[in-house]
Design a protein around this ligand. Sequence first.
Ligand code: FMN
Length: 230
Amino acid sequence: MLHDHSRKNGIVLKPGFSPLDHQRLAPDEMQRRAQALLLECQRRRSVRHFSSEPIPASVLDDCIRIAGTAPSGAHKEPWTFAVITDPETKGAIRKAAEEEERENYSGRMNEEWIKDLERLGTDAEKPFLEHAPALIVVMRHAWQVGAGGEREQCYYTQESVGIASGFLLMALHHAGLATLTHTPSPMGFLAKLLGRPANEKPYLLIPVGYPVDDCQVPDLNRKPLNQLKV
Ligand SMILES: Cc1cc2nc3c(=O)[nH]c(=O)nc-3n(C[C@H](O)[C@H](O)[C@H](O)COP(=O)(O)O)c2cc1C
């Protein structure tokens, strides 16, 4: 005899499964939502000039929770998000990042790379690492440590953490915050500075905050649909 809670629409629920919480929308509502999100996404820009005004910690927490809803290989959730707000650590990160970037700009990057960066107006100076009220370092778990201290495999960690980072960037934008997707290279210094365990590899460094009042961003065009959709 099946109990009521094991049936939904006549379907027997398998142990460990629940009914999907899916909202079926009318086509015009689907279109309205897609359009609204498109307009919002089109306004997202990478910001390199931050005000030092603090941001609400609870908003940051919710955005990190949103990142944590991303799909991941075998649901291993191979990520953590290190949030840095104290001026001393931000200063140390800036110093170490600029040391690496000076090497990049003076030889580690080839001519084509430097030329590609010219229109963005970037250089080895990274004041935003101190000005932004928060830095989020997305950490990718190359493996994980089980309850008994044993090493557990993770799968498709690059893909999983990339998707979670996309969720995070969009969540922060949706909440009215500006971000930069920053990749000082190499990033090994971050794991050391933050004292993270050996399985956690720095993936992205994301300054978060409000843009300065007179903030400018480089002009850019995005691919139209006929180049995106093939
Ligand atoms: C993986 C990745 C790494 C990036 N690294 C840097 C970086 O180190 N410094 C920087 O100023 N911008 C960096 N960017 C930002 C890009 O330059 C920016 O996304 C691109 O120019 C498009 O501009 P938009 O974000 O305003 O649309 C990075 C973006 C991505 C996706």
